[in-house]
Design a protein around this ligand. Structure first.
Ligand code: 6PG
Length: 246
């Protein structure tokens, strides 16, 4: 099957990426709410998306979105308690979920405090309950690590294994933490997938992902190839700096 490498939008600096990411979230939400009366999104963790999340909690976007029909999931989580500073849930709560008028029941936290395999199974059931066995999120938000990981799909493990699973327990060698991650089956069934990267330290991984030999075990982000959906890369000039083709 032809790989969907998506399109690249390059911005002058991180502030412009944050604005573009927040606008993409809002636009995808408007489309989904207009077409189906609900917007299902899987949030990215890490630090890059925080500025965009904060824009969602501010005017004009906070009033532009019908939050009662927004259903938030997470693309991945560190296996820590929700109040742990490393928690992706805590970051999103602090950045916007605790201030926008979204019903708490609409926010589905990954249970990082459970034994990883139990947490993965429980979260898969939560996704299935809302979206069935071939879940189609309206928007999946991703970052990329310096090592080419995305969500919590790390190098050294073939990301295409156990493709029937929706959520997988993984392990980050770099941080020495157990993780939970949605799988390629979920990511690639989304209507829109966005990958954000900023800073010169991400340039090699971005170039390897888009222009290097195809080897998702080495560069897991290469597995992101939406079947019918759109893939958008939001990069700053530094992260795009090693690309031959922009
Ligand atoms: C996580 C993320 C991870 C992240 C990348 C980039 O839990 O860390 O989900 O996949 O997107 O590691 O992280 P930064 O945005 O902090 O560079």
């Amino acid at each position: 099957m032809q790989r969907n490498v998506g399109r690249i939008d390059v911005f002058s600096d991180p502030a412009h990426i944050a604005r573009a990411l927040a606008d993409l979230f809002s636009n995808c939400a408007q489309t989904a709410l207009g077409d189906r009366g609900a917007f299902y999104v899987a949030l990215a963790g890490g630090s890059t998306p925080r500025a965009a999340y904060e824009l969602l909690a501010a005017q004009p976007l906070v009033d532009a979105i019908s939050w009662s029909d927004v259903f938030v999931y997470f693309g991945d989580e560190r296996c820590v308690f929700p109040d742990d500073p490393r928690s992706n849930y805590r970051m999103a709560q602090d950045a916007f979920l605790s201030t926008v008028p979204i019903p708490p029941k609409n926010v589905h936290r990954m249970p990082g405090e459970l034994p990883p395999k139990d947490g993965a199974g429980q979260y898969a059931q939560a996704i299935r309950a809302d979206l069935g066995d071939m879940p189609q999120f309206d928007l999946v938000m991703l970052g990329i690590g310096k090592d080419g990981h995305t969500a919590s799909l790390f190098p050294g493990t073939d990301p295409t294994t156990d493709d029937a699973a929706l959520v997988r327990a993984t392990y980050s060698e770099e941080t020495g933490t157990d993780r939970l991650s949605i799988t390629p089956r979920v990511i690639n069934n989304a209507r829109t997938v966005v990958i954000c990267a900023e800073g010169i330290e991400k340039a090699p991984a971005v170039a390897a992902a888009r222009e290097g030999d195809y080897d998702p075990t080495k560069t897991p982000v290469q597995i992101v190839s939406p079947i019918n959906g759109e893939l958008i890369w939001l990069l700053d000039r530094l992260a795009a700096g090693m690309l031959k083709h922009k």
